[in-house]
Design a protein around this ligand. Structure first.
Ligand SMILES: *Cc1c(COP(=O)(O)O)cnc(C)c1O
Length: 387
């Protein structure tokens, strides 16, 4: 027998779906679109996603850490990039040298950045963040005046430029939440104060995916969609035709007949209700298959849904195939866009009691990502040009 070159498991990422979803966001706003590609593009691959989004209507990229921002620059991305979560005393010099914008929430942080700018003889582009109620990052209202004043002084000293003012919404999925209007009002106050103090920001931004789709009053000059770019509707009750970009599939590594009454997997949480065929899937919670999805979960094999049997282990789980004529090598789809009836990432999130963001970002490093679609081809050409 010739050994197979097919992988036992992989996540394919359809960059045409990313492009389509980016265009949906661009079509719903007059603001510019910042594609949020933190956490390796929500597990989809930050660089290919960034390229597909930038080719389809996005003009900015958003990431969390300095390392994520630098990886984009090293990958040849020249578009504006904002990085928004740091310690105040990180080494910001490479970021400033590579024209990465930095979010700032405190005086210490502002001084740390200004010090690095002085060191490299550059000007740091910063976005001052105000806390409008989420109570994570961002300056408190009572500290805003000091932050704005210091930023203005450092701007006059030629060390930084306040390019943006921003905040983040409390509601991750419901753009009609009552909190949205309250946050808009507090944000507008903070902006007005900054302008009175002499700042001239180019971009104000507040909206995540949900708000970018359905709350135009939050758009200002820039919106920051994340989850929607990857095809999960932020509010499944109000869909916008977003297309799931990732398909997670594997191949059965074993199929075997067992009698009725056979306990399956650790602690025998599942017992076969009849003589049946069990299929072994080589993906476990180390690969991001949520253990908590338990026996509610279903997978798609040969055009039908089959239940997960027993506990998901670190590296594998078992499927009860009933009388299906399954054999080792058969394809198993855990989730995909849902077009053919296969489960979606939202199904898995629901089974596991979580959100699609966590399912996507939980997919482990053992699962190779394969990028497909016209954009993937274009990306390869572009890559060869970048050298
Ligand atoms: C993750 C994130 C986003 C994107 O949010 P989604 O709900 O995924 O669209 C936007 N802004 C900030 C600050 C974030 O951390």
């Amino acid at each position: 027998m010739t050994p197979s070159t097919t992988r036992t498991a992989e996540a394919t990422v359809d960059l045409d779906a990313i492009a389509h979803n980016t265009a949906v966001f661009a079509g719903r706003t007059d603001a510019v679109v910042m594609a949020v590609v933190k956490a390796d593009g929500f597990g989809h691959g930050a660089l290919p996603v960034a390229r597909a989004a930038l080719a389809s209507g996005a003009t900015w990229l958003g990431v969390t850490t300095c390392a994520e921002a630098m990886a984009l620059r090293r990958g040849g991305v020249v578009a504006p990039v904002l990085s928004w979560l740091h310690a105040h005393d990180e080494d910001f010099r490479p970021l400033i040298g590579n024209d990465v914008d930095l979010s700032v929430s405190s005086l210490e942080h502002l001084d740390g950045i200004a010090g690095c700018a002085a060191d490299v003889g550059g000007v740091a582009n910063v976005h001052l963040k105000v806390d409008t109620g989420l109570h994570r990052n961002g300056a408190r209202a009572q500290d805003w005046a000091d932050l704005v004043r210091r930023a203005r002084d450092l701007e006059r000293a030629g060390l930084l430029h306040v390019r943006g003012l921003w905040s983040h919404l409390i509601s991750g999925s419901d753009a009609r939440a009552e909190s949205v209007g309250r946050q808009v009002a507090l944000f507008d106050d903070a902006v007005a104060h900054a302008r009175e103090a002499g700042l001239r920001p180019e971009v104000r931004h507040l909206a995540n995916s949900a708000a970018a789709l359905d709350a135009p009053e939050t758009h200002y000059e820039l919106v920051r969609p994340g989850i929607g770019l990857y095809g999960a509707e932020p509010d499944p009750r109000h869909g916008h035709g977003l297309r799931g970009a990732m398909t997670l599939r594997a191949r059965l590594v074993l199929a075997k007949r067992v009698p009725r009454g056979s306990g399956v997997s650790y602690e025998h949480d599942y017992t076969t209700p009849r003589d049946t065929t069990l299929g072994l899937v080589p993906l476990g919670y180390a690969d991001g298959v949520p253990r908590s999805a338990g026996t509610s979960a279903r997978v798609w094999i040969d055009g039908r849904l089959h239940p997960v049997a027993g506990r998901v282990a670190m590296d594998q789980f078992v499927v009860d195939l009933g009388g299906a004529a399954a054999q080792a090598g058969d394809e198993v789809v855990l989730f995909g866009p849902g077009d053919d009836g296969e489960p979606t990432v939202l199904d898995w999130a629901t089974w596991a009691g979580t959100i699609p963001h966590e399912v996507f970002t939980g997919i482990g490093t053992r699962v190779p990502r394969r990028h497909v679609g016209e954009r993937a081809l274009a990306g390869r050409v572009e890559e060869s040009l970048i050298g």
